[in-house]
Design a protein around this ligand. Structure first.
Ligand code: DAH
Length: 345
């Protein structure tokens, strides 16, 4: 008796768990549980072995059991009806076809992370055109007419200067967006400008004819070099972790005075010395400085009242240090074997 009750419970559990979404599967259910040789009939057959005084109680249990099996049958049939003719052919229990999910490009991953770090410091994002005029790319940024950076060897000219027309070119740096921002905004200004830049370089592992930069510009009253250092130090700590070391080296850029380049401790070899850091333990990641008074004046910003800092860094370089990508060409070859490695990032 005890054993029989256990058997009934087990079959009930099985019935409840049954999934049948095709007419065939529902028919199989009917045969297995409700057919002439089905489990319900078999269990009913046990009635004759039950002692008389227990027959009444057991009869009730059996009835309830039969109802469970029949109701399930009804449910399955109703569900089939809802699925309809077409749906009935569809086996909902089959595993789905895998959907190929794309990956973000490593440069986008790194750019987004850079942008989000600066956003937290209150920087807004500004963008400018990739095809730029001479003024915004060079002149306004205090690059004199005879500056070597304007050379045909470095710059892709779309249209050379003529008597009536200024030269048009592919911007060589995102500093041109600084000019666009100062043209339209009054201090306080706090922007970062991510974007693609172009240079007439022979393509190799270490150089490419286009790459990406993130430019920063902060102009307000009393902005100092200490603000510049602290901002950039915060950035690299967020990007690479608290153990990163930084150092500033004096440098020269026409649009900043004083100017500095910033190195960080090599993230590949942890400062021990490797090919990436040329065995110095340090890697240069950006140029920076206090905005040159002439640049401010070019946009009617009073350099006696306002000061500012600016910086520009390469996204590829940051990505190289984060992901140990040693060949710039990989970023633009669209090789899935490379790109898929960033799936889980
Ligand atoms: N424009 C420079 C370059 O492409 C990078 C740079 C240096 C940007 C110093 C700046 C700066 O804003 O202050 O190499």
């Amino acid at each position: 008796m005890e054993q029989l009750l256990q058997q009934i419970e087990a079959i009930k559990a099985e019935i409840t768990a049954t999934v049948a979404t095709t007419p065939d599967a529902v028919e199989q259910y009917r045969i297995k549980y409700l057919g002439t040789k089905g489990l319900v009939k078999q269990i009913m057959g046990e009635m004759k072995n039950v002692p008389n005084e227990q027959k009444k109680e057991f009869g009730q249990i059996l009835n309830a059991f039969k109802i469970v099996a029949e109701e399930k049958m009804q449910q399955l049939q109703d569900a089939l009806g809802e699925i309809g003719e077409e749906g009935a052919k569809f086996d909902f229990t089959l595993p789905g076809d895998p959907v190929a999910v794309g990956t973000r490009h490593p440069l986008n991953l790194v750019r987004n992370q850079m942008v989000s770090i600066f956003k937290r410091l209150g920087f807004a994002v500004a963008e400018g055109p990739e095809v730029e005029d001479d003024w915004h790319n060079f002149g306004a940024m205090n690059l004199p007419a005879d500056h070597p950076a304007r050379d045909m060897q470095d710059t892709f000219y779309v249209q050379e200067a003529s008597e009536n027309n200024a030269a048009w070119l592919l911007r060589t740096h995102t500093s041109s967006v600084q000019a666009r921002v100062m043209e339209t905004q009054k201090p306080p200004i706090r922007v970062i400008c991510p974007g693609r830049v172009y240079r007439n370089e022979t393509i190799s592992a270490r150089a490419h004819c286009f790459f990406h930069q993130v430019e920063g510009l902060y102009i307000d009253e009393n902005v100092s070099f200490a603000d510049l250092k602290q901002t950039l130090y915060f950035f690299v700590q967020e990007m690479f972790g608290k153990d990163v070391k930084v150092r500033f080296r004096p440098s020269y850029f026409p649009f900043t005075e004083p100017s500095a380049e910033m190195d960080i401790s090599c993230q590949i070899c942890a400062g021990k010395g490797c090919n990436i850091c040329k065995h110095t333990g340090w890697v240069e990641i950006l140029g920076s400085g206090m905005v040159h008074p002439k640049v401010l004046e070019n946009f009617g910003i009073d350099p006696e009242k306002y000061t500012g800092f600016a910086f520009g860094m390469g996204v590829e370089r940051i990505a190289q240090l984060k992901y140990q990508v040693n060949d710039l060409r990989l970023y633009s070859q669209n090789d899935l074997r490379f790109l898929e490695q960033f799936k889980s990032v």
